[in-house]
Design a protein around this ligand. Sequence first.
Ligand SMILES: CSC[C@@H](O)[C@@H](O)C(=O)COP(=O)(O)O
Ligand SMILES: [Zn+2]
Length: 212
Amino acid sequence: MILQWNELASIKRELAERDWFPGTSGNLSIKVQDDPLQCLVTVSGKDKYKETLEDFVLVNEDGQPLTDEGKPSAETVIHLEVYKKTDAGCSLHVHTLDNNLISDLYFEQGFITFKGVELIKAFGIWEEDGQLTIPIVENYADLPTLGKAISHVIEPDTKAVLIRNHGITVWGRNAFEAKRHLEACEFLFSYQMKLLHAKAANLKEVIKNGSY
Ligand SMILES: CSC[C@@H](O)[C@@H](O)C(=O)COP(=O)(O)O
Ligand SMILES: [Zn+2]
């Protein structure tokens, strides 16, 4: 378990450096064993920019704590649904401005698709016409309901789900892959927001007309 603890602590440190835990938001987990399922998950309500010896707690498949570092994340149920539905070994949940904006702008459509942007290769999509789709679910206040809604939209190739005006849950077979997927998602969201602004300002026309 020490190995998984250190891996999760290292990811937490890197995501903190990116400022991805505003207002104590966000939670992270890493699988420790499969059968029965156990994972380390962040302790609820803590300042995730700080590093302490009580940052993670071991939970069982029902989200019950098996160690005494503190109360498991309120969103532990989401991490457990991801482990139960996929081959994930690590699951990351962060709130960023870009993922909140994208989740609201594309909510009615129910998903956002990226095509023709190099960084979808971070998801193992190498075909020239390949595309990445990220489903978007309602931000249900009841967390077991939210967990089920997320589980419901997970297809075999899904690696991330957006929660409307809340954040994103991203996973990978291991910590390295989960972080790669998360960084790629946030790059794509930032790209999309800037693209929407550029289109709204008709910037291609402006450049063509030589105004800049
Ligand atoms: C402080 S707002 C964020 C919370 O409501 C929640 O969505 C979250 O991401 C963190 O909850 P936590 O219980 O600390 O894991
Ligand atoms: Zn959250």
